[in-house]
Design a protein around this ligand. Structure first.
Ligand SMILES: Cc1cc2nc3c(=O)[nH]c(=O)nc-3n(C[C@H](O)[C@H](O)[C@H](O)COP(=O)(O)OP(=O)(O)OC[C@H]3O[C@@H](n4cnc5c(N)ncnc54)[C@H](O)[C@@H]3O)c2cc1C
Length: 371
């Protein structure tokens, strides 16, 4: 089966790249190892700029119709009882990935993308000059370009020998939906030693509780995410007050390990990487989904020109790498720094107090960790 583009992974980056390319008349195959709809681990906070990105993609109406909740205020708390509150520079949204990814996949299908669910890519060989072969358990797909949109870390990264795979990360993440409180238009981020926990409103009056923490905290709590969550509450009274009234509605927690923010590359073996596969920003910034959509927006016109014979392979490689660095380089560095700072009780307390006393500092961080 031969296509102009084979896209591996149907998250935000993969679906939006597929949509852009299909609308420019290209034959696109989109491979997704899971079957949708499916719950995914994420804070489910869609930063302010996603509205523009959704609108340009033609999916904003569907996102709002699915019950996305407006979020206009942010509250940060620390274990020492310090709180910082601020308005966001516009309206963000809260919507589950269960809904969101299915909406994007449906739009891609409607635009003529050949979607293959339940099919994981296991190997890629080839080059921009010669074309590619993407192997799955059942079929092999030929493509003039291959786009890696398979998320933060996967078996393909090992196969491609990407350097960040040699590093080990001690961070684990969990998420589940709860009922029992109405956050209104607020997102909350509660710090505790080694990590932080976000509470965000999503559709149907539910609250998404998602946290990232150190694996030792999980081990100290017998490997049980519920116990870990309550231990985090004991370290932060504001979080504890929330947990006292929240009731879990998801049957289980979604979990992820090895959450790392080391620099990656926008290309590997001539595969064009988008979204988390090109680089993952710390969840603290709440901007990973916007970056996934935006990286697709940057890559797609360049891929389109290459596929139309208007740009050589070398130009495509250079221009995408340069544009990616220009757009996301500073954000990624700030995100790494904030992630480590917010998980350290002393630094988190100092930072949150500083933002309270000098709101311009908080506003600067909010502005510079997003597009
Ligand atoms: C704890 C935590 C909280 C977060 N909270 C937020 C937040 O509140 N707001 C925000 O903006 N960002 C948040 N993020 C970041 C955000 O989730 C990611 O940046 C975003 O999902 C990236 O989208 P993506 O399309 O690149 O990857 P993904 O959404 O991960 O999609 C990748 C897709 O590829 C599929 N796949 C993987 N391997 C293969 C394969 N071999 N073959 C076929 N398919 C494959 C996967 O099943 C998946 O569907 C958070 C991240 C973490 C870890």
């Amino acid at each position: 089966m031969n296509y102009d583009a084979v896209i591996i992974g149907a998250g935000l980056a993969g679906c939006s790249t597929a949509l852009h390319l299909a609308r420019h008349g290209h034959q696109v195959a989109l491979l997704e190892k899971q079957r949708y709809p499916v719950h995914k681990l994420c804070g489910e906070f869609l930063s302010v700029e996603t509205q523009g990105l959704f609108s340009r993609l033609g999916v904003l109406d569907a996102v709002l119709k699915a019950g996305a909740r407006p979020i206009t205020q942010v509250r940060l708390t620390t274990g020492g009882g310090t709180t910082y509150e601020s308005g966001l520079p516009g309206s963000a949204l809260g919507l589950s990935r269960y809904q969101l990814d299915a909406i994007l996949l449906r739009h891609a299908q409607n635009a003529g993308v050949a979607v293959w669910e339940g099919l994981a890519a296991s190997d890629v060989v080839g080059s921009l000059d010669e074309g590619f072969q993407v192997t799955t358990r059942e079929k092999t797909f030929g493509g003039r370009v291959v786009i890696g949109a398979y998320g933060k870390r996967g078996a393909l990264d090992r196969k491609l020998n990407r350097p960040f795979m040699k590093e080990r990360s001690p961070y684990v993440g969990f998420k589940a939906h709860f009922e029992g409180i109405q956050l209104g238009e607020w997102i909350e981020m509660h710090a505790f030693p080694g990590g932080y926990c976000g509470l965000s409103p999503v559709e149907a009056g539910r609250t998404n509780v998602c946290w990232i923490g150190h694996e030792t905290t999980l081990k100290q709590n017998g490997g049980d995410p519920s116990s870990m969550l309550h231990a985090m509450g004991e370290a932060n009274i504001a979080l504890q007050q929330r947990l006292d009234v929240l009731q879990q509605v998801s049957p289980s927690f979604k979990a992820v390990s090895q959450v790392a923010f080391s620099p990656k590359t926008a290309w590997a073996h001539d595969i064009c990487m988008v979204g988390d596969t090109a680089g993952m920003i710390a969840p603290m910034c709440g901007d990973g989904m916007a970056m996934a959509l935006r990286s697709a927006e940057i890559a797609s016109p360049l891929l389109d020109r290459f596929l139309n014979g208007q740009m050589p392979a070398a130009g495509l490689r250079n221009q995408y790498e340069r544009s990616w660095g220009r757009e996301f380089g500073l954000r990624m560095r700030l995100g790494r720094w904030l992630h480590h700072a917010y998980g350290r009780p002393g630094v988190a307390k100092f930072g949150v107090s500083l933002c309270r006393r000098v709101p311009a500092v908080g506003n600067w961080f909010i502005r510079h960790t997003r597009g």
